[in-house]
Design a protein around this ligand. Structure first.
Ligand SMILES: [Zn+2]
Length: 147
């Protein structure tokens, strides 16, 4: 069966949303930017379930996840009252694409539904209003902060 994330990986470096390569994952700026800074980490090889990987690999992947969460918090450090997004949602769902990937979703101070998951939002709200140029700028900022 064709895997959409394996397709993305095959041309990752040409993808304008590609931010960085970490130990076990590729970091991408999410298609949805209703929460600006939303990143997606894609496991470098096709594995459907977290538990199918050796524990050491699971840990390296989660280290990648934590690195990017810290980067998002730094980049948006002036956003919340106490600095940074109010919350980062860490989501590894797989309901639609069965290839391990993590969504890191910064929930900012102006979040319309701060106590709920974003998945109930309509498509336009999820997508957000960033222009192509603003997306490219965010990719550059996040990439610089990761290194
Ligand atoms: Zn895959």
């Amino acid at each position: 069966m064709q895997c959409p994330l394996c397709d993305v990986i095959s041309q990752i470096k040409d993808n304008p949303s590609f931010i960085s390569e970490l130990s076990e994952s590729y970091v991408m700026l999410g298609e949805n930017q209703g929460c600006p800074g939303w990143c997606v980490l894609i496991l470098k090889t096709h594995v459907e379930h977290m538990d199918e990987m050796q524990t050491s690999r699971q840990l390296r992947l989660f280290e990648d996840v934590a690195i990017v969460a810290g980067v998002i918090r730094n980049v948006f450090a002036t956003d919340g009252a106490d600095g940074g997004p109010v919350r980062i949602n860490y989501e590894c769902l797989g309901n639609q694409v069965g290839h391990v990937h993590w969504h890191l979703i910064p929930r900012h101070a102006d979040d319309p539904t701060p106590r709920a998951a974003v998945w109930g939002w309509d498509a336009a709200t999820l997508k957000g209003t960033l222009t192509k140029e603003e997306r490219a700028e965010l990719v550059t900022i996040l990439r610089k902060e990761i290194r």
